[in-house]
Ligand binder design. Sequence first.
Ligand SMILES: [Mg+2]
Length: 395
Amino acid sequence: MNKPATIKQVRAFVVRGGGADYHDQGGGHWIDDHIATPMSRYPQYRQSRQSFGINVLGTLVVEIEASDGTVGFAVTTGGEPAAYIVEKHLARFLEGAPVTEIEKIWDQMYFSTQYYGRKGLVVNALSGVDLALWDLNGKLRNEPVYHMLGGAVRDELQFYATGARPDLAQKLGFIGGKMPLHHGPAEGAEGFRKNLEELASMRAKVGPDFWLMFDCWMSLELNYAIRLAQAAHEYDLKWIEEALSPDDYWGYAELKKQAPRGMLVTTGEHEATRWGFRMLLEMGCCDIIQPDVGWCGGMTELIKISALADARGALVIPHGSSVYSYHFVITRHNSPFAEFLMMAPKADRVVPMFNPLLLEEPVPVNGRLKASELDRPGFGVRLNPDCPLHRPYTH
Ligand SMILES: [Mg+2]
């Protein structure tokens, strides 16, 4: 039996403009057009999320080089401060270790940073390292990551689209369309009416069977969320997503109790680790959890989170994250479909989610993607050499 390769070096880079930090877009993009947020209570931060700094960090790229020169990589958010954490703190747990010690490396990264980590930026950085390690192992074994996760349970992935134009997503073959909510509680009764009018007019365009969902990006308070869910039932809203602050587990539990029968409550894209998702699941906060594999602790942690959800009959529909999600979703029965973020500025055509950062990034055709499209070593993507990488720190 061959001895596994060891890890020679870990490197962290930052890059601007799209990529994993998909909020880092130019002007006129639907993703920055008066979307309701917790900052919407301040009029000066209501029109644009970039105005309050949503894209301040940029994309993090982690490369891990093995002793034989093979390089695995992954992309997530976190930019320069995440690069600092990877280079100055996390790299020590990888360099010199066998590439196969994924669990031990995760444990050491998490518990060595627990006193200042646990969620947010630190776990984003850790997730990027974990995903790069899975990519490296796939390349060394000449296997796609989804084979290492147990293999496909179906022949293809099926997608709903997130963006401003569910009516166009329907024509492109997606099974549903999730719209950003545009008006928060600070915009009062008029904003509430506009939200409902947008849903009603989209329902009229797409007809009765197409899924429509609202993504509320943590912008609401409980009473508003309950009233919105109840009013939206008339237009057959399939789910209400991330209505409240991720810290308000009690609010989510109440929202789930009071949401109309058949409407799903979803959340979790800003939750992290098995312990955070255990709270959501045990407190009865939602029907679908939506971990982001680049933020929740990486693939190693998503496996554990998903097992918790499976035992409780909850679906796991990971947030965005392109190939890093696809390789997971295809292997799990309780992840029956996937999210696709429409990154074209007008949400009118399919472009790769992490455009322009990755090459060979697969995209859905007619709302579907064959498992065989994932049949390349690791996560099956390459960095686009036209995107300049900057390495702000070394160690
Ligand atoms: Mg969301």
